[in-house]
Ligand binder design. Structure first.
Ligand SMILES: O=C(O)C(=O)C[C@]1(C(=O)O)C=C[C@@H](O)C=C1
Length: 363
Protein backbone atom coordinates (compact mmCIF):
# COMPACT_ATOMS: atom_id res chain seq x y z
CA UNK A 1 0.00 0.00 0.00
CA UNK A 2 2.76 2.43 1.08
CA UNK A 3 4.65 1.43 -2.04
CA UNK A 4 1.61 2.42 -4.13
CA UNK A 5 1.29 5.72 -2.29
CA UNK A 6 4.95 6.46 -2.95
CA UNK A 7 4.59 5.51 -6.57
CA UNK A 8 1.57 7.71 -6.98
CA UNK A 9 3.34 10.60 -5.27
CA UNK A 10 6.34 10.18 -7.50
CA UNK A 11 4.01 10.19 -10.46
CA UNK A 12 2.36 13.39 -9.16
CA UNK A 13 5.74 15.03 -8.70
CA UNK A 14 6.66 14.20 -12.29
CA UNK A 15 3.36 15.69 -13.45
CA UNK A 16 3.97 18.76 -11.26
CA UNK A 17 7.35 19.25 -12.87
CA UNK A 18 5.79 18.95 -16.29
CA UNK A 19 3.04 21.46 -15.38
CA UNK A 20 5.70 23.78 -13.96
CA UNK A 21 7.74 23.57 -17.16
CA UNK A 22 4.64 24.16 -19.28
CA UNK A 23 3.48 27.07 -17.11
CA UNK A 24 6.81 28.81 -17.54
CA UNK A 25 6.90 28.02 -21.24
CA UNK A 26 3.43 29.54 -21.45
CA UNK A 27 4.58 32.60 -19.48
CA UNK A 28 7.36 33.22 -21.98
CA UNK A 29 4.95 33.05 -24.90
CA UNK A 30 2.55 35.36 -23.06
CA UNK A 31 5.39 37.86 -22.42
CA UNK A 32 6.32 37.75 -26.11
CA UNK A 33 2.70 38.63 -26.92
CA UNK A 34 2.93 41.42 -24.33
CA UNK A 35 5.99 42.87 -26.07
CA UNK A 36 4.22 42.92 -29.43
CA UNK A 37 1.21 44.59 -27.83
CA UNK A 38 3.48 47.16 -26.18
CA UNK A 39 5.01 48.05 -29.56
CA UNK A 40 1.58 48.26 -31.18
CA UNK A 41 0.22 50.33 -28.28
CA UNK A 42 -2.72 47.98 -27.70
CA UNK A 43 -3.98 47.11 -24.19
CA UNK A 44 -2.41 44.05 -22.60
CA UNK A 45 -5.65 42.89 -21.00
CA UNK A 46 -7.85 41.20 -23.58
CA UNK A 47 -11.06 39.84 -21.97
CA UNK A 48 -12.43 38.61 -25.31
CA UNK A 49 -9.34 36.51 -25.95
CA UNK A 50 -9.53 35.20 -22.36
CA UNK A 51 -13.18 34.25 -22.80
CA UNK A 52 -12.44 32.46 -26.09
CA UNK A 53 -9.69 30.44 -24.42
CA UNK A 54 -11.96 29.54 -21.49
CA UNK A 55 -14.75 28.47 -23.86
CA UNK A 56 -12.36 26.28 -25.79
CA UNK A 57 -10.90 24.74 -22.64
CA UNK A 58 -14.29 23.91 -21.14
CA UNK A 59 -15.40 22.45 -24.47
CA UNK A 60 -12.34 20.18 -24.51
CA UNK A 61 -12.44 19.39 -20.79
CA UNK A 62 -12.64 15.59 -20.31
CA UNK A 63 -12.91 15.83 -16.47
CA UNK A 64 -12.75 14.80 -13.70
CA UNK A 65 -12.23 18.53 -12.97
CA UNK A 66 -15.49 20.39 -13.46
CA UNK A 67 -15.66 23.27 -15.95
CA UNK A 68 -15.92 25.81 -13.12
CA UNK A 69 -12.68 24.52 -11.60
CA UNK A 70 -10.88 24.55 -14.94
CA UNK A 71 -12.09 28.11 -15.53
CA UNK A 72 -10.92 29.17 -12.08
CA UNK A 73 -7.44 27.67 -12.59
CA UNK A 74 -6.99 29.19 -16.04
CA UNK A 75 -8.29 32.60 -14.98
CA UNK A 76 -5.51 32.60 -12.36
CA UNK A 77 -3.00 31.69 -15.07
CA UNK A 78 -4.24 34.54 -17.29
CA UNK A 79 -4.07 36.96 -14.38
CA UNK A 80 -0.52 35.95 -13.49
CA UNK A 81 0.53 36.15 -17.16
CA UNK A 82 -0.94 39.62 -17.52
CA UNK A 83 0.86 40.71 -14.37
CA UNK A 84 4.10 39.35 -15.77
CA UNK A 85 3.58 41.19 -19.07
CA UNK A 86 3.07 44.46 -17.17
CA UNK A 87 6.05 43.84 -14.88
CA UNK A 88 8.28 43.14 -17.86
CA UNK A 89 7.27 46.47 -19.29
CA UNK A 90 7.76 48.38 -16.01
CA UNK A 91 11.19 46.84 -15.67
CA UNK A 92 12.16 48.34 -18.98
CA UNK A 93 11.25 51.91 -17.95
CA UNK A 94 14.27 54.06 -17.18
CA UNK A 95 12.47 55.68 -14.25
CA UNK A 96 11.47 52.32 -12.78
CA UNK A 97 12.91 51.21 -9.47
CA UNK A 98 13.35 47.79 -11.01
CA UNK A 99 15.77 49.34 -13.48
CA UNK A 100 17.59 51.37 -10.80
CA UNK A 101 17.11 50.20 -7.21
CA UNK A 102 18.85 53.18 -5.58
CA UNK A 103 17.18 56.60 -5.21
CA UNK A 104 17.98 59.32 -7.71
CA UNK A 105 19.30 62.24 -5.70
CA UNK A 106 19.21 65.58 -7.49
CA UNK A 107 21.60 68.31 -6.35
CA UNK A 108 20.57 71.88 -7.09
CA UNK A 109 23.27 74.36 -6.04
CA UNK A 110 24.12 72.09 -3.12
CA UNK A 111 20.53 71.33 -2.12
CA UNK A 112 20.02 67.58 -2.35
CA UNK A 113 16.55 66.35 -3.29
CA UNK A 114 15.59 62.70 -3.01
CA UNK A 115 18.17 61.61 -0.44
CA UNK A 116 18.06 61.33 3.34
CA UNK A 117 16.78 64.88 3.87
CA UNK A 118 13.67 66.71 2.73
CA UNK A 119 13.30 69.95 0.85
CA UNK A 120 10.85 72.84 1.18
CA UNK A 121 10.02 74.80 -1.95
CA UNK A 122 8.07 77.98 -1.33
CA UNK A 123 7.21 81.19 -3.08
CA UNK A 124 4.45 83.09 -4.78
CA UNK A 125 2.09 81.58 -7.30
CA UNK A 126 3.06 84.26 -9.83
CA UNK A 127 6.03 86.57 -10.09
CA UNK A 128 4.47 90.03 -9.85
CA UNK A 129 7.17 92.54 -8.88
CA UNK A 130 10.68 92.87 -7.47
CA UNK A 131 9.31 93.99 -4.10
CA UNK A 132 7.00 91.00 -3.89
CA UNK A 133 9.82 88.57 -4.69
CA UNK A 134 12.31 90.28 -2.39
CA UNK A 135 9.91 90.16 0.56
CA UNK A 136 9.31 86.44 0.06
CA UNK A 137 12.98 85.68 -0.65
CA UNK A 138 14.05 87.45 2.51
CA UNK A 139 11.54 85.45 4.60
CA UNK A 140 12.68 82.19 2.99
CA UNK A 141 16.31 82.97 3.60
CA UNK A 142 15.62 83.76 7.26
CA UNK A 143 13.86 80.41 7.58
CA UNK A 144 16.82 78.61 5.98
CA UNK A 145 14.80 77.63 2.90
CA UNK A 146 16.90 77.28 -0.23
CA UNK A 147 14.48 76.91 -3.14
CA UNK A 148 11.99 79.58 -4.25
CA UNK A 149 9.16 79.02 -6.68
CA UNK A 150 7.48 81.70 -8.79
CA UNK A 151 5.38 81.44 -11.94
CA UNK A 152 6.28 83.61 -14.93
CA UNK A 153 4.23 81.75 -17.55
CA UNK A 154 0.81 81.05 -16.13
CA UNK A 155 -1.50 78.62 -17.91
CA UNK A 156 -4.80 79.84 -16.48
CA UNK A 157 -8.24 78.36 -16.80
CA UNK A 158 -9.61 81.61 -18.17
CA UNK A 159 -7.82 83.52 -20.94
CA UNK A 160 -8.92 86.75 -19.20
CA UNK A 161 -6.93 85.91 -16.05
CA UNK A 162 -3.38 87.14 -15.44
CA UNK A 163 -1.11 85.17 -17.76
CA UNK A 164 2.19 85.95 -16.03
CA UNK A 165 5.09 88.30 -16.77
CA UNK A 166 6.74 85.81 -19.12
CA UNK A 167 10.45 86.18 -19.77
CA UNK A 168 10.56 89.40 -17.70
CA UNK A 169 9.29 87.35 -14.78
CA UNK A 170 12.07 84.78 -15.19
CA UNK A 171 14.66 87.56 -15.22
CA UNK A 172 13.21 89.06 -12.05
CA UNK A 173 13.26 85.66 -10.40
CA UNK A 174 16.92 85.21 -11.23
CA UNK A 175 17.94 88.65 -9.99
CA UNK A 176 16.19 88.25 -6.68
CA UNK A 177 17.35 84.66 -6.23
CA UNK A 178 20.95 85.73 -6.84
CA UNK A 179 20.57 88.56 -4.35
CA UNK A 180 19.33 86.19 -1.63
CA UNK A 181 21.35 83.09 -2.55
CA UNK A 182 18.33 80.97 -3.46
CA UNK A 183 17.69 78.41 -6.19
CA UNK A 184 14.61 78.86 -8.33
CA UNK A 185 11.89 76.86 -9.95
CA UNK A 186 9.41 78.15 -12.50
CA UNK A 187 6.92 76.67 -14.91
CA UNK A 188 7.76 76.49 -18.60
CA UNK A 189 4.85 75.99 -20.98
CA UNK A 190 6.43 76.21 -24.41
CA UNK A 191 9.08 73.84 -25.82
CA UNK A 192 10.89 76.83 -27.33
CA UNK A 193 11.43 78.30 -23.85
CA UNK A 194 13.43 75.42 -22.41
CA UNK A 195 16.77 76.90 -23.45
CA UNK A 196 15.72 80.23 -22.01
CA UNK A 197 14.86 78.53 -18.73
CA UNK A 198 18.41 77.21 -18.47
CA UNK A 199 19.68 80.80 -18.45
CA UNK A 200 17.40 82.07 -15.72
CA UNK A 201 16.20 79.29 -13.44
CA UNK A 202 17.55 76.19 -11.72
CA UNK A 203 14.60 73.81 -12.07
CA UNK A 204 12.02 73.64 -14.84
CA UNK A 205 8.50 72.94 -13.67
CA UNK A 206 6.10 71.23 -16.02
CA UNK A 207 2.60 71.99 -14.87
CA UNK A 208 -0.34 69.68 -14.34
CA UNK A 209 -2.06 70.85 -17.51
CA UNK A 210 1.03 70.04 -19.53
CA UNK A 211 1.86 66.67 -18.01
CA UNK A 212 1.05 64.97 -21.29
CA UNK A 213 2.32 67.72 -23.58
CA UNK A 214 4.73 65.26 -25.13
CA UNK A 215 6.65 67.78 -27.24
CA UNK A 216 7.30 69.82 -24.11
CA UNK A 217 8.35 66.69 -22.21
CA UNK A 218 10.77 65.71 -24.99
CA UNK A 219 12.29 69.18 -25.04
CA UNK A 220 12.61 69.16 -21.23
CA UNK A 221 14.43 65.88 -21.74
CA UNK A 222 17.13 67.79 -23.58
CA UNK A 223 17.53 70.38 -20.83
CA UNK A 224 20.67 70.43 -18.69
CA UNK A 225 18.75 71.39 -15.56
CA UNK A 226 16.38 69.24 -13.46
CA UNK A 227 12.67 69.03 -14.15
CA UNK A 228 9.84 68.96 -11.63
CA UNK A 229 6.91 67.22 -13.26
CA UNK A 230 3.45 67.83 -11.82
CA UNK A 231 0.83 65.12 -11.89
CA UNK A 232 -1.95 65.88 -14.37
CA UNK A 233 -5.37 66.91 -13.13
CA UNK A 234 -6.84 63.50 -13.84
CA UNK A 235 -3.73 61.46 -14.55
CA UNK A 236 -3.34 57.92 -13.30
CA UNK A 237 -0.03 57.08 -11.68
CA UNK A 238 0.85 54.97 -14.69
CA UNK A 239 0.32 57.95 -17.01
CA UNK A 240 2.33 60.12 -14.63
CA UNK A 241 5.25 57.67 -14.60
CA UNK A 242 5.16 57.38 -18.39
CA UNK A 243 5.23 61.19 -18.70
CA UNK A 244 8.39 61.17 -16.56
CA UNK A 245 9.78 58.44 -18.81
CA UNK A 246 9.39 60.79 -21.82
CA UNK A 247 11.78 63.23 -20.13
CA UNK A 248 14.21 60.51 -19.04
CA UNK A 249 14.32 58.77 -22.40
CA UNK A 250 14.95 62.10 -24.12
CA UNK A 251 18.17 62.42 -22.11
CA UNK A 252 17.38 64.12 -18.81
CA UNK A 253 17.47 61.73 -15.88
CA UNK A 254 17.11 64.52 -13.32
CA UNK A 255 13.34 64.32 -12.97
CA UNK A 256 11.28 64.89 -9.83
CA UNK A 257 7.62 64.04 -9.46
CA UNK A 258 5.11 66.14 -7.59
CA UNK A 259 1.64 65.10 -6.49
CA UNK A 260 -0.68 68.12 -6.62
CA UNK A 261 -4.07 66.60 -6.07
CA UNK A 262 -6.42 65.02 -8.55
CA UNK A 263 -9.90 65.89 -9.66
CA UNK A 264 -12.65 64.04 -7.82
CA UNK A 265 -16.24 64.81 -6.86
CA UNK A 266 -15.09 66.31 -3.54
CA UNK A 267 -15.78 70.04 -3.20
CA UNK A 268 -14.35 70.87 0.21
CA UNK A 269 -10.87 70.84 -1.27
CA UNK A 270 -9.83 72.26 -4.65
CA UNK A 271 -8.41 68.86 -5.61
CA UNK A 272 -8.09 65.61 -3.69
CA UNK A 273 -4.62 65.03 -2.29
CA UNK A 274 -3.73 61.47 -3.23
CA UNK A 275 -1.38 60.51 -0.41
CA UNK A 276 -1.14 56.95 -1.67
CA UNK A 277 0.65 58.35 -4.73
CA UNK A 278 3.67 59.09 -2.56
CA UNK A 279 4.59 55.56 -1.40
CA UNK A 280 3.48 54.11 -4.73
CA UNK A 281 5.68 56.44 -6.77
CA UNK A 282 8.57 55.85 -4.37
CA UNK A 283 8.05 52.13 -4.75
CA UNK A 284 7.67 52.07 -8.52
CA UNK A 285 10.26 54.72 -9.46
CA UNK A 286 13.63 55.86 -8.16
CA UNK A 287 12.75 59.55 -8.62
CA UNK A 288 12.28 62.12 -5.84
CA UNK A 289 8.60 62.57 -4.97
CA UNK A 290 7.24 65.85 -3.62
CA UNK A 291 3.80 67.07 -2.60
CA UNK A 292 2.28 70.44 -3.45
CA UNK A 293 0.03 71.03 -0.48
CA UNK A 294 -1.29 74.36 -1.76
CA UNK A 295 -2.75 73.17 -5.06
CA UNK A 296 -3.91 69.82 -3.78
CA UNK A 297 -6.03 71.34 -1.03
CA UNK A 298 -6.67 74.87 -2.32
CA UNK A 299 -7.10 76.03 1.26
CA UNK A 300 -4.87 77.29 4.01
CA UNK A 301 -6.31 75.70 7.13
CA UNK A 302 -5.25 72.09 6.55
CA UNK A 303 -1.79 72.60 5.09
CA UNK A 304 0.09 71.43 8.17
CA UNK A 305 -1.67 68.06 8.60
CA UNK A 306 -1.47 67.47 4.84
CA UNK A 307 2.24 68.31 4.77
CA UNK A 308 2.82 65.99 7.74
CA UNK A 309 0.87 63.23 6.05
CA UNK A 310 2.95 63.66 2.90
CA UNK A 311 6.21 63.50 4.85
CA UNK A 312 5.02 60.52 6.88
CA UNK A 313 4.18 58.77 3.61
CA UNK A 314 7.76 59.26 2.44
CA UNK A 315 7.69 62.50 0.44
CA UNK A 316 11.09 64.03 -0.34
CA UNK A 317 9.73 67.54 -0.15
CA UNK A 318 6.82 69.92 0.15
CA UNK A 319 5.84 72.81 -2.07
CA UNK A 320 3.74 75.67 -0.78
CA UNK A 321 2.67 79.08 -2.05
CA UNK A 322 3.59 82.21 -0.11
CA UNK A 323 2.76 85.80 -0.97
CA UNK A 324 3.46 89.01 0.99
CA UNK A 325 -0.16 90.11 0.56
CA UNK A 326 -2.27 87.21 -0.73
CA UNK A 327 -5.46 89.26 -1.00
CA UNK A 328 -3.94 91.39 -3.74
CA UNK A 329 -2.23 88.47 -5.52
CA UNK A 330 -2.75 88.34 -9.27
CA UNK A 331 -3.40 84.59 -9.13
CA UNK A 332 -4.61 82.09 -6.53
CA UNK A 333 -5.38 84.84 -3.99
CA UNK A 334 -7.46 82.55 -1.80
CA UNK A 335 -4.91 79.83 -1.25
CA UNK A 336 -1.56 81.53 -0.77
CA UNK A 337 -0.18 81.97 2.73
CA UNK A 338 1.05 85.31 3.97
CA UNK A 339 4.48 85.39 5.53
CA UNK A 340 3.45 84.97 9.20
CA UNK A 341 1.17 82.09 8.19
CA UNK A 342 4.02 80.51 6.29
CA UNK A 343 6.34 80.93 9.29
CA UNK A 344 3.76 79.14 11.43
CA UNK A 345 3.44 76.30 8.92
CA UNK A 346 7.21 75.99 8.65
CA UNK A 347 7.53 75.85 12.43
CA UNK A 348 4.88 73.13 12.53
CA UNK A 349 6.66 71.12 9.85
CA UNK A 350 10.16 71.42 11.28
CA UNK A 351 9.01 70.64 14.82
CA UNK A 352 7.04 67.58 13.69
CA UNK A 353 10.17 65.46 13.49
CA UNK A 354 9.09 64.35 10.01
CA UNK A 355 11.19 66.86 8.10
CA UNK A 356 14.92 66.16 8.12
CA UNK A 357 16.71 69.37 7.20
CA UNK A 358 19.93 69.23 5.25
CA UNK A 359 22.78 70.53 7.40
CA UNK A 360 24.13 73.77 5.92
CA UNK A 361 27.63 72.28 5.83
CA UNK A 362 26.35 69.65 3.38
CA UNK A 363 25.09 72.36 1.04
O1 LIG B 1 -3.41 36.52 -26.02
C1 LIG B 1 -3.11 37.62 -25.61
O2 LIG B 1 -3.48 38.66 -26.16
C2 LIG B 1 -2.29 37.76 -24.40
O3 LIG B 1 -1.91 38.88 -24.03
C3 LIG B 1 -1.99 36.56 -23.59
C4 LIG B 1 -2.88 36.42 -22.39
C5 LIG B 1 -2.55 35.04 -21.77
O4 LIG B 1 -1.50 34.92 -21.12
O5 LIG B 1 -3.32 34.12 -21.99
C6 LIG B 1 -2.56 37.47 -21.39
C7 LIG B 1 -3.36 38.55 -21.17
C8 LIG B 1 -4.60 38.79 -21.90
O6 LIG B 1 -5.62 39.32 -21.09
C9 LIG B 1 -5.06 37.60 -22.62
C10 LIG B 1 -4.29 36.51 -22.80
Amino acid sequence: MSQTLEDLRAQLSRINHEILRLLNERAEVSCAIGEIKEKQGVPKFDPVREKDMLDELTRLNPGPFRDAEIKHIFKEIFKASLHLQEEEHQRQLLVSRKKQPENTVIAVNGTRIGGETQVMIAGPCSVESYEQLQTVASALRKAGIKVMRGGAFKPRTSPYDFQGLGIEGLKMLKEVADEFGLSTISEIVHPAHIELAEQYIDIIQIGARNMQNFELLKEAGKARIPVLLKRGLAATLEEFVHAAEYIAVSGNSRVMLIERGIRTYEKWTRNTLDISAVPLLKQETHLPVLVDVTHSTGRKDILLPCAKAALAAGADGIMVEVHPDPQTALSDAAQQLDIPQFAELWEGITSSGLFKEQASAEA
